[in-house]
Write a protein that binds this ligand. Structure first.
Ligand code: C2E
Ligand code: CA
Ligand code: CA
Ligand code: CA
Length: 278
């Protein structure tokens, strides 16, 4: 039993070593990803639930490493936060997305572009100045830019968060609350913040197919959001049945694989391309 224990420990440490090395290697690679041109932005359509028209696109960061291939944002974004790289990367995403939105506008397709803001970016006091500088640089109409935040960023230092939102709103951009329903906040709490759009988290949209309670929850979210003057986007719409139900519940916009997968900006309006936005 002792020997087995020792083997287990040896096995465990070598596995841990591997994990540490994996992380170190990924860290090193991530430090150079932006400079090496390995990052790109994909755009996923947000369509009107009533007309089916594409009215916006969410910018989603992509990292393709020359040897490791595509690395999931769920894996490298927390790493970028830890390493203090997210401000620079986030700013690059913002500029790239604004340039893309301007290009679409010039083509006669004025789409809103939604950009994810990380917790660390939201905590840096000069975020509004940076956003303002990019808007000026790209000459994009601020009304075409939506910033996506999550509930957890609004918890804690309420006054500070409120002040930050007011400064951002002062630029003329809109604010969306991402992954709504997964955190601990409530309507009583968020009604104090100047939020334009609620994004119903995909876990509810998924659960709608099997459970009546999820339908009731989504229905309630939409009703209360509307009464507070917010627009509602449902995320992760994959099935026709979900779309129909969400339309029936009065959801404003839909996003998900059913409506279109994230694609490079140049392919966004490509006709007849599989997986491209309509
Ligand atoms: P998120 O902001 O909640 O983005 C939605 C995620 O759901 C995206 O994953 C998208 O590809 C995926 N998705 C869209 N439709 C469907 C669907 O119908 N079914 C399923 N199963 N998934 C769907 P992705 O691109 O892997 O991004 C994961 C997360 O990484 C994002 O979640 C966001 O939190 C973060 N992220 C992505 N880009 C950025 C960025 O530029 N900055 C920051 N700070 N975070 C980002
Ligand atoms: Ca998002
Ligand atoms: Ca989300
Ligand atoms: Ca998420």
């Amino acid at each position: 039993a002792k020997a087995a224990g020792r083997d287990a420990i040896r096995f465990f440490t070598s596995e841990m070593n591997e994990q540490v090395q994996d992380r170190l290697m990924l860290e090193q690679a991530l430090r150079h990803a932006l400079g090496n041109g390995e990052l790109s932005v994909a755009y996923q359509p947000q369509v009107s639930a009533t007309t089916g028209q594409v009215i916006a696109a969410e910018a989603l960061l992509r990292w393709t490493h020359p040897e490791l291939g595509a690395i999931s944002p769920a894996r490298f974004i927390p790493l970028a936060e830890d390493l203090g790289l997210i401000e620079r990367i986030g700013e690059w995403v913002l500029r790239t997305a604004c340039e893309q939105a301007l290009a679409w506008k010039v083509e006669g397709r004025p789409l809103r572009v939604a950009v994810n803001v990380s917790a660390r970016q939201f905590r840096s006091a000069n975020l509004p100045e940076r956003v303002a500088a990019i808007l000026e640089e790209t000459r994009l109409d601020p009304a075409l830019l939506e910033l996506e935040l999550t509930e957890s960023m609004l918890m804690g230092k309420v006054d500070q968060a409120e002040e930050m939102l007011r400064r951002l709103k002062g630029l003329g951009v809109t604010i969306a609350l991402d992954d709504f329903g997964t955190g601990y906040s409530s309507f009583a709490y968020i009604q104090h913040f100047p939020i334009d759009t609620l994004k119903v988290d995909q876990t509810f949209v998924r659960a709608m197919l099997t459970g009546k309670s999820a339908v009731a929850i989504v229905s309630a979210i939409i009703a209360v959001a509307h009464s507070l003057g917010m627009r509602v986007i449902a995320e992760g719409v994959e099935m026709e049945a979900q779309r129909n139900q969400l339309v029936e519940l009065g959801c404003d916009e839909l996003q998900g694989y059913l409506l279109g997968r994230p694609v490079p900006g140049a392919g966004f309006f490509a006709v007849g391309e599989s997986g491209a936005a309509p």
